[in-house]
Write a protein of this length. Structure first.
Length: 365
């Protein structure tokens, strides 16, 4: 396949600073590959990286949710991944070492030496390490998933948040038929959790959000939430107790960003013997009103969730390819790659009169 010598990319050179560059496309050996991007999803951590909150080595090409077609691939990589030139693939975010104790134990997402696409500096050869680009280099230790090439790219690229929904809200807490689950936060990961829990057969799904999240809460109901709670105008703990006849929820999943009150609230929302999953990062802030005795007296299980693993991605891709869910209410914006800053600021509610739920960058053809 014909591949140009350079790739147009948006490079982050500092906090809130992106600039367009042409980056050389490298030759590959038998172990590597080159991906031609069709789309790259945008999520909350893109904004945190843009802001400089997350530790990032500059300059860097951001973008950790890439979807595209293989245009060059070495023989060893093709055999390892089971793909060839022309195949559409979804790329997992993390690149693990495959030889540390967590990797050998099956927890590759907790690799001692893991690297993450979007956070590998441009100065580290071959440089094309992120999805804000026309082309991207795939490390030999990448994990790729073939996807149906007939799907619209803006639908297929939802594989990442939907994979998080399956892992965080179903796999980690072992959500099953009839369970009552509370999802704290109606962003794209929260909505993906609603979809995943409905697929898993949850009995009652409750979603909380701010008054400003009215549209997202409406979408949550569209995707199967039984109840939504506006925490600015309702006491969320009291409302959950009312909806569960005083018992509390079997499972509470926090996917909210920065707000620490949901963590404290989760302890009161969950039933005795229930499970709390913490998946929303808080900027390393302490949690006020965190009463640890509730964990003891109620025998609550608390689990953390970082990233998505292959099982979550596979379940997400299977559901997307089935065509049983219309994701158009969740995917609200496509942006040209050159408008990456606008895409990030729209997600962060920095653009008056506009807000995205799930969006993606589309590179020039």
């Amino acid at each position: 396949m014909n591949v140009p010598k350079t790739s147009f990319a948006m490079v982050q050179i500092g906090p809130r600073e992106l600039e367009a560059r042409d980056v050389p496309i490298p030759d590959i050996d038998a172990d590597g590959a080159i991906l031609e991007l069709e789309a790259c999803g945008i999520c909350g951590s893109d904004y945190e990286q843009f802001e400089g909150v997350l530790r990032t080595p500059f300059p860097v090409i951001p973008g950790h949710e890439p979807l595209g077609k293989i245009v060059r691939i070495g023989d060893l990589a093709a055999a390892r991944w089971g793909v060839d030139e022309g195949d559409r693939v979804a790329i997992e975010t993390m690149v693990s070492c495959r030889h540390c104790d967590p990797c050998l134990g099956g927890a590759y997402h907790l690799c001692d030496n893991r690297r993450i696409y979007s956070y590998i500096p441009l100065t580290e050869a071959p440089g094309l390490w992120g999805g804000y680009s026309q082309y991207m280099y795939l490390d030999p230790n990448s994990i790729v998933h073939r996807m149906d090439s007939s799907l619209p790219a803006e639908t297929a690229v939802i594989f990442n948040p939907l994979g998080a929904g399956f892992r965080w809200a179903v796999e980690i807490p072992e959500t099953g038929v009839g369970d009552t689950i509370v999802i704290l936060g109606p962003g794209q990961r929260g909505l993906a959790s609603v979809i995943a829990c409905r697929e898993a057969g949850a009995g009652t799904i409750i979603v909380t959000g701010l008054a400003a999240d009215a549209r997202k809460l409406e979408v949550a109901r569209l995707y199967g939430a039984d109840h939504t709670i506006d925490v600015d105008n309702e006491n969320s703990v009291r409302r959950v107790k009312e909806l569960t006849e005083g018992k509390g929820a079997d499972i509470v999943v926090d996917v909210s960003s920065y707000a620490t009150q949901p963590v404290a609230d989760a302890l009161s929302m969950v039933r005795p013997g229930g499970t709390i999953v913490l998946a929303g990062v808080k900027g390393f802030k302490p949690v006020d009103e965190f009463v640890s005795d509730l964990i003891v007296m109620k025998e609550i299980t608390i689990k953390g969730a970082i990233g998505v693993t292959s099982s979550g991605y596979r379940r997400a891709i299977k559901l997307i390819e089935s065509g049983r869910v219309d994701f158009s209410s969740m995917h609200t914006h496509d942006f040209p790659l050159a408008d990456a800053e606008l895409a990030i600021r729209t997600l962060a509610r920095e653009i008056d009169g506009d807000e995205s739920i799930h969006s993606c960058l589309i590179p020039p053809r």
